[in-house]
Ligand binder design. Structure first.
Ligand SMILES: Nc1ncnc2c1ncn2[C@@H]1O[C@H](COP(=O)(O)OP(=O)(O)OP(=O)(O)O)[C@@H](O)[C@H]1O
Ligand SMILES: [Mg+2]
Length: 473
């Protein structure tokens, strides 16, 4: 269904338009029947009166004087012939019986005499009608309507009235009751379009207002994810939207409080762990057996490293509640310099378009972790920067073995390390990527890992959203 609009705006307008067309059509049908029956009643009355009056006039005249008068009476929708005996008329339609009975009663009322009167509504027996009656040009749909809703289109059929005058002659009247022409339907189209245009215009304004509120809501929801620490969103718009934005603002505040609280608790634990670890290290030195001592010390080093990196991570979050516009190019430059000074091969390519609103220390830690991995598992790190209005992308390429496809997500889990890197000498605790991703997400962005499709090595890409409405997950 390619024509079906995808936006709420389009869909609502479509529903409105379809509803309006149906409502308009229904009201036109009701109107049509109503008008038709009104016009019919009037026309039937006039025709009955004319027939009765003509019959009374003819009745008064001597047989020899009648034909010039008849000539004057005959017209395009009304004519009369005199016959010695009643004319045989082909059977009419049962649907018209009640109209025939009503016309007989009406004619008799106007006759004010009990002359034998019969009425047949018929399209049969045309050959016996005067010539000016033959040209009834009807379409099948009109015939159908006239058959079942005679009052709407009575003119489609002739009514044949036979009245026996006092001298025994039968006056046979052919008449057509004026009808509400179906062609009036054509005037309906411009009206339909006009009302449609007016309602669509008003509808568009109303629907636009609603969808704009929804867009504001979506924006509010995305802001909660993209920048958990930003200033509260302005609570404006319709009442319902205002209350939801208010709820979002509270949610953001709670979320932030919760995360910072957790960070502080874990930071405190990691910090307090340092003292017992140091005490244990001192005690371990006293172990006599050299091999056992070495094992003890290595385990303690590992625990110390874990507590250390956890502490550093929580510190980066807890101590920097505000973001600053940061020159990421300069940050990468200094990072590169620091690593190069210790003899590592790290290069940067590309510059960001402008400063990025971030937590400088956290962001540096995030990038440091990625570079550290590249150097540890892939010998050298090549950093590329791509920046456009939607996102700032910083990719760290290396030349190592990469990561099996099925583990690309798992390596983000805390303390998860691949089998080949489990050897203690490589020294990692398995927290680096998990910390880096946490920091990226705290900025509304994310980190994606992929193996270099054109060669060996891993590409770790940090994506930071540039436009506040586009949180990248
Ligand atoms: N560039 C890479 N090339 C190959 N494997 C990698 C790369 N980066 C990470 N890995 C794998 O993912 C695992 C998890 O990485 P992560 O940075 O979280 O922990 P770590 O480097 O082992 O320890 P830490 O960074 O905490 O000192 C690593 O142990 C390693 O097996
Ligand atoms: Mg690491």
């Amino acid at each position: 269904m390619r024509w079906f609009p995808r936006s709420l705006f389009g869909r609502t307008l479509l529903v409105l338009a379809v509803g309006l067309v149906f409502a308009e059509l229904a009201s036109q049908v009701v109107n049509f029947f109503d008008r038709g029956s009104g016009v019919y009643r009037l026309g039937a009355q006039q025709t009955a009166l004319r027939i009765a009056q003509s019959a009374r006039i003819l009745n008064r005249l001597a047989p020899g004087e009648r034909s010039p008068i008849i000539e004057e009476m005959n017209g395009p929708t009304f004519s009369v012939v005199l016959s010695a005996a009643p004319v045989e008329i082909g059977a009419g339609f049962a649907e018209h019986d009640r109209y025939e009975r009503a016309l007989v009663a009406l004619i008799k009322y106007y006759l004010r005499a009990e002359w034998r009167t019969s009425v047949q509504i018929t399209s049969l027996g045309r050959s016996r009608r005067p010539a000016n009656y033959e040209a009834i040009d009807t379409r099948p749909i009109e015939q159908w309507i006239a058959r079942y809703f005679y009052f709407v289109l009575p003119g489609t059929y002739s009514i044949v009235t036979q009245i026996k005058l006092e001298d025994g002659t039968t006056a046979v009247f052919y008449a057509r009751i004026p009808q509400e022409p179906l062609s009036r339907l054509e005037s309906l189209l411009p009206r339909l379009f006009l009302t449609l245009a007016i309602f669509m215009l008003l509808g568009a304004v109303a629907v636009r207002a609603i969808t704009r509120s929804l867009e504001r809501l979506a924006h509010a929801a995305e802001q909660v994810g993209a920048d958990p620490e930003g200033s509260p969103l302005p609570e404006d718009g319709p009442r319902e939207v205002r209350s939801v934005i208010h709820a979002f603002n509270r949610m953001r505040q709670d979320l932030r409080g919760y995360v910072l609280e957790r960070a502080r608790i874990f930071g405190a634990i990691s910090h307090d762990l340092q003292t017992p670890i140091t005490r244990l290290r001192l005690r371990a030195e006293m172990i006599e057996d050299a091999a056992t001592r070495a094992k003890f010390l290595r385990d303690l080093d590992e625990i110390g490293a874990m507590a250390g990196s956890a502490l550093e991570f929580f510190k980066t979050l807890g101590n920097e509640p505000q973001r600053y516009p940061l020159d990421v190019g300069a940050l990468l430059g200094s990072l590169c310099e620091d690593w190069s000074e210790t003899g590592h091969d790290v290069t940067v390519q590309g510059v960001p378009r402008g400063p990025y609103n971030s937590h400088p220390r956290a962001l540096r830690r995030c990038l440091d972790n990625l570079v550290e991995n590249a150097l540890r598992y892939g010998e050298r790190a090549r950093i590329t920067v791509a920046d456009n209005e939607s996102a700032l992308r910083i990719a760290v390429h290396d030349e190592g073995p990469g990561i099996p496809e099925q583990d690309l997500e798992r390596v983000f889990e805390p303390f998860f390390r691949l089998e080949q890197s489990r050897n203690r000498d490589s020294g990692g605790t398995g927290l680096g990527l998990s910390i880096a991703r946490n920091i990226a997400r705290w900025h509304g962005g994310d980190i994606h890992l992929r193996n270099n499709p054109h060669g060996k090595g891993l590409i770790a890409e940090l994506i930071l959203p540039r436009s506040p409405t586009r949180a990248i997950r």
